[in-house]
Design a protein around this ligand. Sequence first.
Ligand SMILES: Nc1ncnc2c1ncn2[C@@H]1O[C@H](COP(=O)(O)OP(=O)(O)OP(=O)(O)O)[C@@H](O)[C@H]1O
Ligand SMILES: [Mg+2]
Length: 470
Amino acid sequence: MPNELIFTVDDDPQIRELLKIWLEEKGYKVADFESGEDCLKALEKDPIAIVLDLMMPGIGGLETLEKIQKSDQDIPVIMATSIDNAETAVKAIKMGAYDYIVKPFDETRLLTTLGKAIEQCSLKRKVHRLEEELRQGTNPQGIIGKSKALDGLLTKARKVENSKASVLILGESGTGKELLACAIHQNSPYSKGLFVDINCGAIPETLQESELFGHKKGAFTGATESRIGKLELANGGTLFLDEVAEMNLETQTKFLRFLQERNFERVGDNQKIKVDTRVIAATNKNLKTEVEEGRFREDLYYRLAVFPVEIPPLRERVEDIPLLCLHFLEKHKDELNKDVPSFTPGAMAALKKYQWPGNIRQLENAIYQAMIINETGAIDLDCLPEEVFQEVPAVIVSPLNDLNVKNNDIPVTESSVSKEGSPIIPYEIVLEQTLRNALAATGGNVLQAAKELGLGKSTVYRMLKKYNLQ
Ligand SMILES: Nc1ncnc2c1ncn2[C@@H]1O[C@H](COP(=O)(O)OP(=O)(O)OP(=O)(O)O)[C@@H](O)[C@H]1O
Ligand SMILES: [Mg+2]
């Protein structure tokens, strides 16, 4: 791999020089050190491998190795040793060195060993990165809500956690499908392995197969190196097939075979690879319709939907909205450096009334934006996005009976008369008239009017502007 940094550590300048020539010829960058101490001081440069002499003055090879390992950077170390020191070299391997090579060096052997060490190290780093993402992004207790609908769903999910059964999560966009998939993984027998996510909708159709199954070098134009696929990475863990309806038919066929036989081949290879992984699939499409219309294999559908769960949209679990809102205030407070206490009753009423087509993701974005706009105190209506603000329920503005609306102000049509015979007043007129009344009653005192209407002053200013009442 060109341009990767390798450290060489040896007290003999001639050996350092020789290694430098060989490695630079192969395109590596080289930093050489004459002692273990110097090498340790430079570790933050993040080398991809270290060739370390065993016998050196000062702290010596074994102690240097021990300290490199304590630095916790997953750097493979290859010990360089003379023939009569093989016993110590074995000790080094036991301590965690990747391998050892005997002096005088054989160039080919050195380069092969180094190549393998680097490949292993890159994979380890990738795994650690994924694990870190997982730790930060998920938490089994992170599913907020106490509605009956959510509770029923979680009870159902808990039943499947301990099994190896495939799970199909259905639900509109932003309802928490991925969050639920992570929670199932974390409470499952596969929790020690990785949670590997593959978003079928985000990968071009031609690359889906290789992304999932990996490929052998030269399998297709552009496959300049062999690569392991997500399925292999998920061995011992969970494979999350997101937007599974977007998987192309060819990949569906190959994946079905994997589910039946539990082994597969990388693209361009005929070696069978066995993988033990839990499969969780998710989609916001109606997968049955996809089957009926020939875009999704029926047999795969039944394999994936061994245990289907459907997450209800947010508008069907309004009781969860206040909890979620507070959760998002807490979640973003450090990042935004804003400790917003809560919401005004008007704002909360609007948040509960809005239909949230983008579900929890849209709610989270709305709260995030509101936190940015909000200056002091609780979040009020005027901090909410326009479409949510429009949902302010009339009942919190003023009771209809108090309205002094002249009958000829109201465009009454047949359909605008309720069953009881009282006219249905267009919402905008109610709002405007309520505001006019409040201003009239307080002699135009905006602050007083806002207080009596139970609204924040900025909301009232915004309404004044909207109805040209300034
Ligand atoms: N019950 C919940 N409690 C807390 N946060 C939630 C909950 N449900 C969803 N979220 C948050 O809402 C956002 C969207 O959730 P997620 O990505 O899991 O949805 P999704 O259904 O996979 O969406 P899409 O279909 O768009 O991929 C995430 O930030 C997630 O953490
Ligand atoms: Mg998702």
